[in-house]
Design a binder for this molecule. Structure first.
Ligand code: ATP
Ligand code: MG
Length: 560
């Protein structure tokens, strides 16, 4: 196989190694803010940052960008660590917290004040916005812009001590109020926030902004390639300005396109709303695009990494088909998940000519895709359950499953022919009666006659009852985030709970996280709500691969 071509970031790194720009070092970082759980978009950044480091035998730091006390917390720190490990990446001993650099950042700010490059401003946040101007309108200088260095030093120290209330003062860089790039019009470096920090407690009353903090964090850690998403492209000039003014080590910021996924939102702010309003059951709700949600649903790290790989690295944001993500988990589980039989909407099937008390333990292969998966025994007897939708009293032409006088194959078992149906007083079918061909064991007839339908089933006398949760997209629209009130696009049918599913007895003792293919029904994962007496399954994905079809169509369109 030919080597994959380099993506544009790899090209930059290759070039830097050739020119010895950083003495041969490659050092990246993944810098999450601990104000929510990681989502599939973060997985892209993780794979990229850790992946580049791995590929070039460099290092990748995990750095919590915890510079804003308002929504950050320990729960998020722990979940983020767990998710990165689960995805298969290791920061070794390189775990850092931006909040550990607060003192140093403060010292750097004093250096800028002393150089006349920063000042304490009394304008309110609204006034600052107003004075800043717009793309077509020049900014105006603050009346406090020309305070002396001494005055600025005193005021800044008093800000630190908590002597002023929130909103009354900021520290701003003194750059250029008519700069064409708005980020250069005296950006705020510190604001007063009187909230305790989850790691620093009540030590600080001022907190650095992203623009001021992030370049310092990267510089302190001697990062070589600071990878971030496109929205920071316009901030790169400021990133470099701060480091140039201080005269300290300067990494290079490189922007790449964000990953977006259809039918969902990838923004911690919006995901937080879903959790706080109980629209979903927590950050790890299996409908959430969070790593924790995908894991609980039954996604594997391999499938997620494969998905991220297939979406590529580019200089534009992308919106990816949900069906591609589903395709990736199907491909992975097709090789790995054992096949079992489970009836989601059961109806009784009675075999009138099968001996009353007889039980046969039939051979069933675990996975036709895996020669080492072996076989198991499944019980067969007179009373079975089949899927209600696999029977029709008056079938249309193309219905090849069970119907009166029709013969079908029961998977791994026998041929049966329907002879009668029993109904309750409301006309609902309560039992389907049939006869079996004792000569057709294993699903093959002596005379070679064939049938079109093969049904899955379970023994009614041996099966276990299980709860099965079926999922659909969380939103009804491809781009639910584009609307002012994205909650209006919630899909009211995103979760369907089936309470009395019947599953084969081999599933007894299945562990949380175990994954199976339920024949004809999809891939399923044992949910964490499972107890000793109550099995709960999440459907990960159905068996119908809509991505393969879509890809084919796109290929044809490309040709035509
Ligand atoms: P959100 O918009 O969900 O709040 P964020 O960018 O504020 O995301 P951070 O915790 O700051 O979240 O993100 C950590 C890293 O992950 C950043 O470098 C960010 O650029 C990257 N990242 C976040 N979302 C995506 C995405 N959808 N695609 C690729 N990278 C992303
Ligand atoms: Mg952010």
């Amino acid at each position: 196989m030919p080597d994959k071509p380099f993506n544009f970031i790899e090209e930059i790194v290759e070039n830097d190694l050739e020119t010895n720009k950083y003495e041969g070092r490659v050092h990246t970082r993944f810098p999450p803010e601990p104000n929510g759980y990681l989502h599939i978009g973060h997985a892209k950044s993780i794979c990229l940052n850790f992946g580049i480091a791995e590929k070039y035998e460099g290092k990748c730091n995990l750095r919590f960008d915890d510079t804003n006390p308002q929504k950050e917390g320990e729960e998020f720190v722990e979940s983020i660590k767990e998710d990165i490990k689960w995805l298969g990446f290791d920061w070794k001993d390189r775990l850092y917290f931006a909040s550990d650099y607060f003192e140093q950042m403060y010292e750097y700010a004093i250096q800028l004040i002393k150089k006349g490059k920063a000042y304490v401003d009394d304008l309110s946040p609204e006034e600052i916005r107003e004075y800043r101007g717009t793309l077509t309108e020049l900014g105006k200088k603050s009346p406090y812009r020309d305070r002396t260095v001494e005055e600025n030093l005193v005021l800044f120290e008093r800000m630190r001590k908590g002597e002023f209330e929130e909103g009354l003062k900021t520290l701003r860089a003194k750059i250029d109020m008519v700069h064409p790039n708005l980020n250069m019009r005296d950006p705020v470096m510190y604001r007063i926030i009187k909230k305790p920090h989850y790691r620093q407690g009540e030590k600080w009353y001022i907190y650095p902004t992203y623009d001021w903090a992030h370049c310092l964090e990267d510089s302190i850690e001697l990062i070589t390639h600071s990878l971030c998403t496109l929205e920071f492209a316009d901030h790169r000039i400021l990133y470099e300005w701060f480091l140039d003014q201080l005269g300290i080590y300067k990494p290079q910021q490189i922007e790449f396109g964000r990953l977006n996924l259809k039918y969902t939102v990838l923004s911690k702010r919006k995901l937080t709303i879903l959790v706080q309003k109980w629209i979903v059951n927590g950050w790890d709700d299996p409908r959430m695009p969070t790593i924790a949600g995908l894991r609980r649903r039954g996604y594997t790290p391999e499938a997620i990494r494969d998905f991220v790989e297939r979406t590529g690295v580019s200089k534009t944001d992308s919106v990816v088909e949900y069906s591609l993500l589903e395709h990736c988990i199907r491909e992975d589980l097709n090789k790995r998940a054992n096949r079992v039989m489970a009836v989601l909407d059961p109806v009784k099937l009675i075999i009138d000519n099968y001996p009353d008390d007889k039980v046969e333990w039939l051979n069933a292969e675990n996975n036709p895709e895996d020669p080492n998966a072996g076989t198991r025994k499944i019980p067969f007897c007179k009373e079975l359950f089949i899927e209600r939708e696999d029977f029709m009293e008056n079938p249309p032409k193309k219905f090849f499953r069970l119907a009166p006088d029709r013969e079908v194959r029961l998977k791994h078992a026998y041929y049966v022919t329907c002879t009668d149906v029993v109904k309750d007083e409301n006309g609902n079918i309560t039992e389907i009666r049939c006869v079996y061909d004792p000569e057709s064991k294993g699903g093959w007839t002596k005379d070679g006659r064939k049938v079109k339908g093969t049904l899955h089933w379970v023994s009614a006398r041996h099966c276990l009852t299980a709860e099965v949760r079926l999922y659909d997209h969380l939103f009804t629209k491809e781009n639910p985030g584009e609307d002012e009130d994205f909650l209006e696009n919630i899909n009211p049918n995103s979760l369907v709970v089936l309470n009395v599913c019947k599953v084969e007895p081999s599933l007894k003792g299945a562990k949380v996280g175990d994954k199976f293919q339920f024949l004809r029904k999809g891939y399923f994962c044992v949910d964490k709500d499972t107890t000793e007496n109550h099995l709960v399954f999440n459907r990960i994905v159905t068996l119908k691969d809509t991505w393969a079809k879509l890809a084919k169509k796109m290929e044809q369109n490309g040709k035509g």
